[in-house]
Ligand binder design. Structure first.
Ligand code: SF4
Length: 471
């Protein structure tokens, strides 16, 4: 018996590219999808031709190349350039055109707005096809690394540490020069003075920015906490998915944490699909201000409640053990005493000194002789309950989640699995562009690719192809 052997390399074939591409290949869907778009609408660079100069590649060619690349872990311009000469599907897709890697890179860099336009248009088509209904949407985020190393991200503490180290070095070199002149030491001294000057400039920029940190290579990127508490410089990508078919309907790259993202993302979803009824999100999104904003947007929230800070310190006498009496605007404490307010609103300030929200105070004189006092509070003036201006929105949201645990549990099924595909399968765990807008352009590109792939699972290849051709 022999081993399995291949064909003779010198065999000449009469084959077209069309025959070499599988009939039900994803590449055919990408081709049909881009052909279905009216690219003139999206303001792609080089769509309109100049009278003179070298003819550019058609945006459809580049769009097809990128959609294919992002679905096949071929994201860098050099990998894509190579694929144009080695990958039969790519050769079929873009008719054996061979754009230079710089042309490929520039297309991604120059067209973030157009990618957003394509994504939004695609979402509108999905809505028309009744694949999105807006009854339940879920929001979550994932982190990607930026084109900025941790070494090039600074906060005041880090800059001070560098300056202190340089100051020590300078003192050492100066002392050495006092003892004996040496050209090498003098050069080192000058080099350290220059380094110190650079750090001083960074320090000044940091102060002017009013932000706690500054990134040098990509100024929009931020130090973010990744898995297992490792800190990297990156972006926090927000994503919204509709529950009907788990299609992605909105994206953003905003703050490093999710606390301020809820209403923004609900609003973006509304812009893209129209009416939204309910929104699900984890406790990272739980914030009184955001819950109020969502009520204003006419959306019912189901955001996992955050436990009050007192529950860890003193579980039996936590805020949750005090019952609010809406009619009288009072609280009943665990000793059945009535806690009253003077009706005044107090500004609650955060650690950084900025006003954050207002609170009302509730107290009772009964604390003085209360047998539970030692367990309830260490405050010498007795127990103080603070009710925020957003408490009513928080209570309504928390009640809804607690009364509908099965409904809330759908959140993970609606949003999280997409991140697995994007990050693990398509390796979208770092961005290749710099600046928030361009990074977001990349996100829209890969989200478009994701929805396209998802459509095959929903319709099947043949039905999807006919639908796109009919469109
Ligand atoms: S200490 Fe005051 S607030 Fe606490 S249980 Fe006693 S009376 Fe109520």
């Amino acid at each position: 018996m022999n081993h399995i052997s291949g064909n003779n390399r010198n065999q000449i074939r009469m084959l077209s590219l069309e025959q070499m591409v599988e009939p039900a290949s994803m590449v055919r869907i990408i081709d049909a999808f881009v052909d279905m778009l009216d690219l003139e609408k999206f303001d792609f660079n080089y769509f309109k031709l100049n009278k003179e100069g070298r003819p550019p590649y058609h945006p459809a060619t580049m769009m097809k190349l990128y959609l294919y690349g992002y679905q096949n872990s071929l994201r860098t311009c050099r990998k894509l350039e190579k694929a144009c000469t080695t990958n039969i599907e790519v050769m079929w897709l873009i008719n054996e055109q061979r754009p230079h890697f710089k042309t490929i890179a520039n297309f991604r860099k120059d067209n973030p707005k157009a990618f957003k336009g394509v994504f939004r248009y695609f979402v509108a088509i999905l809505k028309d096809w009744k694949l999105i209904d807006g009854k339940t949407i879920a929001i979550d985020s994932f982190k990607i690394r930026a084109q900025n190393s941790l070494k090039n991200n600074f906060n005041q503490r880090k800059v001070k540490r560098h300056i202190d180290y340089i100051d020590n070095k300078i003192a050492e070199y100066e002392q050495a020069l006092d003892e004996e002149f040496d050209e090498g030491t003098k050069e080192k001294l000058e080099h350290n003075h220059q380094k110190k000057e650079n750090y001083k400039k960074i320090q000044k920029k940091l102060k002017q920015s009013g932000d706690g940190q500054i990134s040098i290579t990509d100024p929009d990127s931020r130090a973010v906490v990744f898995q297992r508490n490792s800190v990297r410089v990156g972006y926090n990508v927000q994503a919204v998915s509709d529950s009907k078919n788990k299609l992605l309907i909105a994206a953003d790259t905003g703050d490093v944490n999710d606390t301020k993202a809820l209403a923004v993302m609900v609003n973006k979803a509304q812009e893209n699909i129209g009416d939204v009824e309910n929104v699900l999100a984890d406790k990272g999104y739980h914030s009184g201000r955001e819950l109020k904003a969502c009520e204003k947007l006419d959306v019912t929230t189901f955001i996992s409640p955050k436990e009050s800070s007192s529950i860890k310190k003193n579980p039996d006498f936590a805020m949750e053990s005090f019952k609010y009496n809406k009619q009288e605007d009072t609280y009943t404490c665990p000793a059945d005493e009535l806690m009253q307010t003077n009706g005044k609103w107090y500004n609650k300030t955060l650690k950084n000194g900025r006003k954050s929200y207002q609170v009302k105070h509730y107290k009772t004189k009964a604390c003085n002789g209360c047998h539970l006092r030692a367990q309830c509070t260490t405050n010498k003036h007795g127990r103080l309950i603070e009710r925020t201006e957003y408490q009513q929105y928080v209570t309504r949201n928390n009640d809804r989640v607690n009364q509908n645990p099965d409904y809330y549990r759908q959140r993970q099924q609606i949003i999280e699995h997409q991140f697995g595909t994007l990050k693990r399968h398509w390796h979208f765990d770092y961005t290749l562009t710099k600046g928030k807008e361009k990074v977001l352009g990349e996100v829209y590109l890969i989200f478009t690719g994701y929805n396209l792939r998802r459509l095959i699972s929903i319709f099947g290849f043949e039905a999807l192809m006919s639908k796109m051709k009919a469109h």
